[in-house]
Design a protein around this ligand. Structure first.
Ligand code: PMV
Length: 311
C-alpha cells in the first residue's frame, strides 16, 4: 500500500477576521498528521476504511456525498485516474478541534492518489483542490487551512476576492518559540461560528469592521515581533487577539476557563485558535513553564494537551 500524509495546523493570529480580507498567520503542526494509504481494490468497487470515523465508506455508491468521497472524486477527475481503489485513512488530529483535521485528511488523500498515479501536484494545485471540499462543508472558508497544510510552512494569508489570487507569503520566525496547545474536547463546527460572525457583521457592520481592523493591527505587530525575534511580545499579542475574538462572540466559558488556568500557571498569554466556541486554545510559554501550564490546563478539564516548538 502506498502511504502519504499531511500535517495539522494552528492559526496563531487572525482567524475569523481573515474571512473578511484581513491577514492571518498560521503554522503547520508537523508532528500531528493525517495519513492516507492507497492500493488498487481487489474488486471493481472502491472502498474507504475511515478508521477514525469507525466506518467503511463506498465512495462510488451509497456514500458518494461524504466529504471523503467527494475529495476522492475531485482528485480522480483532476488527475485523470480511473479504476477502483482501497483507501485507508488514519489521523492523529482530533476532529473539529481547530487543528485542521478535515483539510489534512483531504490533503493526504489527494497526495496518495497523486502518488499512486505518479502525477505529483504542486502545493498551489493541491491546496486549490482541497479548498473545493472546504467550501462544500465549511460554508465560506477563507482558504487558510488548506494553504498552510499544502505548503507545510508558516503562512501569512490574505483572502482576496476572485479573480484576484489570495496573498500567500511565508513569514519569518527568527527565534523558535514554545506553544502549549490544549483541546477543550468540545467539537465545534467552524461553519456555525463563521455563520454567527456573518450574522453579527450583517447586523452591525461598523462594529465588526472595527474589530477586524484591530485584529489586522495585532497581526502586523505579531509578524514584526516574530521577524525580529522579539518573542516576549507574543503573549500579550495573543491575549489581545483573544479579546477581539470575545467581542466577535466566538469564545466560550470552556475556552476561557482553560485560558485562565494556563495564564495563572505562568503562560505569558493565550487565545482560542480556529473557529472557536469549542476546539483548541494556544499559549505562548517560556520553555521552563511548559510543564506547569500543561498540567494546569489538564487539571482545568482539557481533553488533550500538547507542547510544540514553532519555527
Ligand atoms: O476551525 P478551523 O481550524 O477550521 O479554522 C477556521 C478559521 C476561520 O478563520 C474561523 C475560518 C476560515 O475559513 O478562515
Amino acid at each position: 500500500m502506498l502511504w502519504e500524509s499531511a500535517c495539522g495546523k494552528i492559526i496563531l493570529f487572525g482567524e475569523h477576521a481573515v474571512v473578511y480580507g484581513r491577514p492571518a498567520l498560521a503554522v503547520p503542526l508537523p508532528q500531528l498528521r493525517a495519513r492516507a494509504g492507497i492500493q488498487p481494490a481487489g474488486s471493481d468497487t472502491s472502498i474507504i476504511h475511515a478508521h477514525d470515523l469507525g466506518r467503511d465508506l463506498y465512495p462510488d455508491g451509497k456514500d458518494a456525498n461524504e466529504p471523503l468521497a467527494v475529495i476522492l472524486g475531485l482528485a480522480r477527475a483532476r488527475l485523470g485516474i480511473t479504476g477502483a481503489f482501497e483507501l485507508v485513512i488514519e489521523s492523529d488530529i482530533p476532529l473539529a478541534s481547530g487543528l485542521g483535521s478535515g483539510a489534512a485528511v483531504a490533503t493526504a488523500v489527494v497526495r496518495a492518489l497523486a502518488g499512486f498515479g505518479q502525477k505529483p501536484l504542486p502545493p498551489a494545485e493541491l491546496s486549490a483542490l482541497v479548498f473545493e471540499t472546504e467550501k462544500l462543508y465549511h460554508g465560506t472558508p477563507s482558504g487558510i487551512d488548506n494553504t498552510v497544510i499544502a505548503y507545510e510552512q508558516p503562512v501569512r494569508f490574505v483572502r482576496r476576492v476572485p479573480p484576484s489570487p489570495d496573498e500567500i507569503t511565508p513569514f519569518i520566525i527568527a527565534q523558535p518559540f514554545t506553544l502549549v496547545i490544549a483541546n477543550t474536547g468540545i467539537a465545534s463546527p467552524t461553519k456555525e461560528t463563521v455563520g454567527d460572525v456573518r450574522r453579527g457583521w450583517n447586523q452591525d457592520r461598523a462594529r465588526y469592521e472595527s474589530i477586524f481592523d484591530a485584529v489586522r493591527v495585532i497581526v502586523g505587530e505579531a509578524q514584526d515581533a516574530l521577524a525580529r525575534g522579539e518573542n516576549s511580545r507574543l503573549g500579550e499579542l495573543l491575549t489581545r487577539n483573544q479579546r477581539e475574538l470575545e467581542r466577535m462572540g466566538v469564545s466560550s466559558p470552556a475556552l476561557e476557563r482553560l485560558i485562565d488556568a494556563g495564564c495563572k500557571a505562568g503562560a505569558a498569554g493565550g487565545k482560542l485558535s480556529g473557529g472557536g466556541r469549542g476546539g483548541s486554545v494556544i499559549f505562548y510559554v517560556a520553555p521552563s513553564d511548559a510543564n506547569a501550564v500543561s498540567n494546569a490546563v489538564a487539571a482545568a478539564g482539557a481533553a488533550r494537551v500538547l507542547t510544540t516548538v514553532v519555527g
